[in-house]
Design a binder for this molecule. Structure first.
Ligand SMILES: Cc1cc2nc3c(=O)[nH]c(=O)nc-3n(C[C@H](O)[C@H](O)[C@H](O)COP(=O)(O)OP(=O)(O)OC[C@H]3O[C@@H](n4cnc5c(N)ncnc54)[C@H](O)[C@@H]3O)c2cc1C
Length: 377
């Protein structure tokens, strides 16, 4: 007979080897506390998500980590990293089809966490490719645009950048000045002019997703500019050097002087800020996971140092309560942050997500990661 889920779950629970039943109380063998997963979040992930997390962790620790010091010191971003990620299926991972992995939002969060455990700049480069550009094309592009760009982007062979911010309009992108008007000589083309700044990956991007106002309507639209099709002198993407942070990512400007863009390279339907903000939501969701990855790395390093560093009659400094307090605060914040990001990821896939949830979890996790990381410096 078909048994109610609750009864079957209870049977599984009591027949597990570590559990005995005493009347209605369940008595467990003691469970060891795992400082790397303090609230047992890994019990919530599917087998597939656990396998993806392991692949991402191994890649990031074994192949990215050895390169990060040089990349950070010299602001030297190796574009091969995106190709390597592409080979492992880590780019645009939630997209269905087009050679993308089609995994859950939680799995994509676990990938982002693994990348930012190594470096926030590397995470930034990946977020732009995956969430901002591939995500934008997948959500708003035509069938032809998807076929043309997504498979190459999933493999990291085509690199993208996302141009919203302008020199005069950062927090207020609705006032942007970049403009698309009918091309004066080329039929079926727009002519794009304007400037974007602080654009991750712009100096190395093959395809540039640029948000600009359509002159006819005054509404913001998305345009895909292919670098190799731009006539000389119409497009320049100079790097911005000497950043104080995110140094392992490459950042630049996009200067457009009557760039000819075929009409079929405009996103067909989306108008206004809904387009860029929707892409940014997915990227911001990733940041909620990524920042906790960075914090977890700080915790692991601080813990190792505190256990090995001896002071005051040869005692490890981890023995002292002021040090323990910092570690336990950070560990608690990281554990809460992961559970919150997990919940938002599940709701995202179930179609129950309000964008404000992403704002909350991103803001909170960034704040906790910063506050706790700074305590160890
Ligand atoms: C490393 C890096 C990479 C980036 N990559 C990209 C990218 O790939 N694509 C892209 O389009 N952009 C990118 N940006 C731009 C980024 O998104 C902008 O910096 C951001 O939108 C803020 O704009 P702004 O820097 O001009 O700040 P401003 O708008 O000048 O704001 C300055 C400060 O004032 C505060 N402020 C502004 N308005 C208000 C208000 N109403 N109330 C309270 N406080 C306010 C802001 O929070 C901020 O702290 C990147 C930036 C950096 C640093």
């Amino acid at each position: 007979m078909f048994k109610p889920v609750a009864t079957r779950a209870a049977q599984r629970f009591t027949s597990a080897p570590h559990v005995a039943t005493l009347g209605r109380r369940y008595v467990h063998a003691p469970i060891a506390f795992d400082w790397k997963d303090p609230l047992g979040a890994s019990n919530l992930y599917t087998e597939e998500e656990l396998a993806i997390a392991e692949t991402a962790e191994s890649y990031c620790q074994e192949r990215m980590l050895p390169r990060v010091l040089e990349a950070y010191r010299n602001e030297n971003y190796d574009r091969k990293i995106l190709e390597e990620m592409g080979e492992l299926g880590l780019l645009g991972s939630t997209i269905e089809g087009y050679d993308c992995a089609g995994v859950s939002s939680v799995a994509s969060g676990l990938i982002t966490r693994a990348v930012e455990r190594v470096d926030s700049g590397y995470r930034s480069g990946m977020s732009v490719q995956s969430a901002l550009v591939m995500g934008g094309i997948d959500e708003f592009g035509t069938a032809e645009q998807k076929e043309k760009y997504l498979p190459g982007m999933a493999k990291g062979k085509i690199l993208g950048c996302f141009g919203l911010t302008e020199p005069n309009h950062g927090s207020d992108p609705g006032s942007m000045e970049s403009m698309a008007k009918p091309h004066p000589t080329k039929k079926g083309y727009y002519s794009l002019s304007g400037a974007k700044t602080w654009i991750t990956n712009s100096p190395i991007a093959d395809v540039l997703l640029i948000w600009a106002k359509l002159q006819e309507t005054g509404k913001i639209r998305g345009f895909l500019i292919e670098r190799e099709k731009c006539p000389p002198g119409t497009l320049d993407t100079p790097p911005l050097k000497n950043k104080n942070g995110l140094r392992a990512s490459i950042t630049g400007m996009v200067q457009m002087d009557e760039v000819p863009v075929p009409q079929e390279n405009m996103f067909p339907d989306v108008e206004g800020l809904r387009g860029p903000f929707s892409c940014l939501n997915t990227a911001r969701y990733g940041i909620a996971w990524g920042t906790i990855g960075a914090l977890e790395d700080c915790i692991a390093r601080a813990r190792e140092y505190a256990l090995g560093r001896t002071q005051f009659k040869n005692n490890p400094i981890a023995k002292y309560q002021l040090v323990q307090k910092k570690l336990s605060d950070a560990t608690t914040d990281a554990a809460y942050g992961i559970l919150a990001a997990y919940q938002v990821g599940r709701l995202k896939d179930e179609g129950k997500l309000a964008p404000e949830m992403i704002s909350m979890v991103k803001r909170q996790n960034c704040d906790r990661a910063l506050v706790n990381a700074r305590k160890y410096v």
